[in-house]
Write a protein that binds this ligand. Structure first.
Ligand SMILES: [Cu+2]
Length: 159
């Protein structure tokens, strides 16, 4: 008779602890996605937004996934009319600030996928920060968005 309430109490406690841990997370990651690519693509691009609610600068330094041979941090920069991708050692997120990894800017370059990824797949990617924190996020695979398609066709017309 006494066991049931104590198990319930434990479950409630676990729930409270989980809520507490979530509430105190200093680095919040949202909007993560991987752009679907043709089946034989050597590299895919991954995007996400990182918010830093701590009082100190944090840097994203190492990114790994069991699905990719290796992952680089890139930034697309424009040199006149030419866009090129420049590997970055890290991405710094200022205290109280946010950095958006998005098409045409910072992105994760996901090298040599072990299998073909299709829209609707979810891929675990681990993000390691310079304070020792690691977060593993399931990135959904999506096709490019409609607004990007419009951007891309506008880009083509300009050339
Ligand atoms: Cu790249």
């Amino acid at each position: 008779m006494r066991k049931k309430p104590s198990i319930l109490g434990l479950v409630l406690l676990c729930g409270l602890l989980a809520t507490y841990a979530h509430a105190t997370k200093e680095l919040l990651i949202h909007g993560a996605w991987i752009r679907e690519a043709p089946p034989n693509a050597m590299a895919l691009a991954g995007y996400l937004t990182i918010e830093n609610s701590s009082g100190a600068e944090r840097s994203l330094t190492v990114v790994t996934s069991p699905v990719f041979e290796w992952i680089e941090i890139h930034r697309t920069v424009h040199d006149g009319d030419v866009a090129k991708m420049v590997p970055q050692d890290a991405i710094d997120i200022p205290p109280g600030g946010r950095v958006e990894l998005k098409p045409g800017d910072y992105h994760l370059m996901l090298m040599k996928p072990s299998r073909t990824l299709r829209e609707g797949d979810r891929v675990p990617i681990s993000l390691k920060f310079n304070n020792g924190e690691t977060q593993t996020i399931n990135f959904p695979v999506k096709k490019q968005t409609l607004s990007e398609k419009i951007d891309a066709s506008a880009e083509k017309k300009r050339k």
